[in-house]
Design a protein around this ligand. Structure first.
Ligand code: TXA
Ligand code: MG
Length: 327
């Protein structure tokens, strides 16, 4: 059942939200843009629940919501331009995509295994919840996949009818439109999504011009909206899907109770739990790739619930490397 708590009693709403977050559950939180479906950004199982509840067919990276520049610095590399923009527009509807710092504790599912992280500081009660929690909350908009973003608590409740979900109600969202997303690479600023803060506002503070993704001819920088490229961020090893057994000298990525012999083998979830499998996916692929095996054979993953997103990610990893075309 969904449960709505009012932010008017701030202490109570914060306490209830923190208790759910600490248990690794999701909580719907109000922000100035839209309501978000939030979870502990460092907890893979909690993040996998976000994808499962949203019914997202692919693992897009999620925005990490922080309480300010100090917390942001533990995750993203903040250069001079990023700092100026944070000082001017935070808290507010601006997400900055920054290089990931090596000591970041954000789970791989939050960054989709990319070397960058999207950071934003929301205002109001959500910022206070994050401060008390002491860690960022990863949160996409609190709607089921393919539906419009919710701007009120009742809107969230109707999206997740029948799910166990705590919803913090702070009335209608001021902006009602998702945040502006800006990627910062040194002095190169690229607008990934327009929103509450305009290109002109950013240019004025940054003192630099902002590129639109299609103006940017650098191919590496064009791989901005992850999931667009069929085979990017693939492991070095060749990936074979829906395997019943492991090829000689290949590494094995299993799912479910079946035992398959291989020198290097990991199991996404021996108990066939898709949430556990989703939370282990990136880490296990990386670990098997690091063994130097030339091939990774992957067991079949059921095409249901979170399995759809897992299979989507695996099929990108398995796509021929020369078909690096946008899809
Ligand atoms: O206003 C908002 O931004 C809302 C509230 C809840 O904060 N959130 C939101 O999240 O709209 P979502 O998941 O619906 O959209 C996030 C977008 C995705 O398109 C994703 O690809 C992009 O942000 N994104 C996140 N991290 C990224 C990264 N490291 N690199 C590139 N794009 C990133
Ligand atoms: Mg969305």
């Amino acid at each position: 059942m969904t449960k709505i708590v009012s932010a008017i009693n701030k202490e109570n709403a914060t306490k209830e939200a923190l208790s759910q977050l600490a248990k690794g559950n999701t909580v719907a939180i109000p922000t100035e843009t839209v309501y978000g479906l939030a979870a502990d950004a460092t907890n893979g199982v909690a993040i996998a629940k976000v994808f499962q509840q949203k019914n997202r067919p692919s693992f897009n990276p999620l925005i990490c919501h922080v309480d300010g520049i100090g917390m942001a610095a533990e995750y993203g590399d903040i250069n001079y331009v990023a700092r100026k923009l944070m000082e001017a527009f935070w808290p507010g509807p601006l997400t900055l995509v920054l290089p990931l710092v090596v000591t970041s504790k954000a789970h791989d599912l939050v960054t989709a295994g990319l070397g960058s992280i999207g950071l934003r500081c929301p205002n109001g009660i959500s910022r206070e919840i994050i401060s008390h929690f002491g860690k960022p909350l990863a949160a996409p908009s609190a709607n089921r996949s393919g539906r419009i973003s919710p701007t009120s608590a009742t809107h969230v409740a109707s999206e997740f009818e029948g799910s166990d979900l705590l919803i913090v109600d702070d009335g209608p969202c001021e902006v009602g439109l998702e945040s502006t997303i800006l990627k910062i690479d040194g002095k190169i600023l690229t607008l990934l999504r327009s929103g509450g803060i305009s290109k002109q506002q950013i240019e004025q503070i940054a003192g630099l011009s902002v590129l639109l993704p299609d103006e940017n001819l650098n191919v590496a920088d064009k791989i901005l909206a992850p999931g667009m490229m069929r085979s990017h961020y693939a492991p070095d090893a060749k990936v074979k899907l829906n395997c019943k057994s492991c090829d000689d000298e290949a590494a094995w990525l299993g799912f479910g109770p079946q035992n398959v012999h291989a020198e290097h083998s990991l199991n996404l979830s021996p108990s066939s739990n898709l949430i556990e499998a989703g939370s282990n996916l990136y880490g296990f692929m990386k670990a098997l790739d690091n063994t130097g095996s030339t091939t990774i054979c992957v067991a079949p993953i059921p095409m249901q619930g979170l399995g759809i997103a897992i299979n989507d990610r695996l099929s990108r990893a398995a796509a021929p490397r020369d078909t690096n075309k946008e899809t």
